[in-house]
Design a binder for this molecule. Structure first.
Ligand SMILES: O=C(O)c1cc(C(=O)O)oc(=O)c1
Length: 324
């Protein structure tokens, strides 16, 4: 398997058409960064990486026929090795769109985690109570609804509403992923979801715009008006336009994203989560060093109290409600 090259300190494009098992990676796909640095920022005890994925391995867990990209493999063992290296205690593994609604790789990872991982699955409207119970037993605590057009075909909202009502009695929540420009159209539907709702990556703001301007203000209003809505202040590497990138020892990466994330952390300290987003699907211009990505955290959660909530108390409240 090919990964970013630590000797050059930067992710490398391993070229189009790289074969990983029976699958051929999407052209321009950047592999995850092998050999991340150890973070300078010491994570608080019990910290949770609340947004990460597993990909395959494709040979064992084939990618979905309806997928919009084919990734490199990124196994549960590799994820758990990263967890330990960075100093996290636990993971929340989010079903990646390249696996469609086949949650086998996710469930396998959860089972291997010995209780140290929870999951967010993708299910269809015909999912049965027995299937949901099995997912719950494996450690799934939420479902993901995806509205990013480059990742999935649209699913009608009445179908999603039906899923939300099915999972509500289990105490699960709904994770939503969308682009900022689509929030006005989706606002009423999102506000009608009967469970807790977690927004991926702050609803993908355009960080070239003013963090106090109308677009981000609408997102903040959405959170203010709906006390059941949480968000992940994750993915600066995805949202950043001017960087600097988390590479080559950079301790103040992605400063253009900081004002957005900091506003959210400070206004909603009890409803924010953070995750690495490893193995960083679909990044095309660079692949971050995950150690330096952890070093980004104190820029957006500036006090030990905010860090404790963001990294420990909040994810545990949402994903390990039963304690332990
Ligand atoms: O922006 C992305 O490309 C992306 C994709 C996926 C996925 O394919 O599931 O998940 C993410 O969190 C982000």
């Amino acid at each position: 398997m090919a990964h970013g090259d630590p000797s050059t300190g930067s992710g490398i494009v391993t070229g189009s058409g790289t074969v990983t098992g029976p699958f051929t990676k999407t052209e321009g796909w950047l592999d995850w960064y092998d050999g991340p640095t150890r973070p300078t920022f010491r994570l608080p005890a019990g910290a949770v990486d609340a947004h990460c994925h597993v990909f395959g391995p494709g040979e064992q867990f084939p990618y979905a026929p309806e997928r919009k990209y084919t990734p490199c493999d990124a196994s549960a063992e590799q994820l758990f090795a990263l967890r330990d290296h960075l100093g996290f205690d636990r993971n929340v593994i989010v079903q990646a769109t390249c696996h469609g609604a086949d949650n086998s790789a996710l469930v396998d990872a959860l089972r291997r985690s010995e209780g140290r991982a929870r999951g967010v699955a993708t299910v269809r409207r015909d999912v049965t109570d027995a299937q949901l119970a099995e997912l719950h037993e494996a450690g799934v605590r939420g479902v993901r609804f995806n509205f990013v057009k480059r990742l999935v075909d649209a699913v009608p909202t009445d179908s999603l509403q039906e899923i939300a009502w099915k999972i509500a009695p289990l105490g699960w929540h709904v994770v939503i992923y969308f682009e900022a420009e689509d929030l006005p159209e989706l606002y009423d539907f999102f506000s009608s979801i009967p469970t807790d709702v977690v927004v991926d990556h702050m609803g993908r703001p355009d960080v070239t715009k003013d963090p106090n301007g109308p677009e981000f203000e609408l997102f903040l209003r959405f959170m203010r008006e709906n006390p059941n809505v949480w968000t992940k202040v994750s993915c600066p590497e995805r949202l950043s336009v001017s960087g600097p990138r988390a590479l080559d020892g950079e301790q103040h990466a992605y400063t253009d994203v900081v004002p957005f994330a900091r506003r959210v952390v400070e206004e909603f300290p009890d409803r924010v989560l953070w995750g690495t987003d490893w193995p960083h699907p679909n990044l095309k211009d660079h692949m971050p060093d995950d150690g330096l990505l952890v070093d980004y955290i104190p820029q957006i959660a500036t006090t030990p109290d905010l860090q404790q909530k963001l990294l420990v108390d909040n994810p545990r409240r949402l994903y390990w409600q039963e304690g332990a």
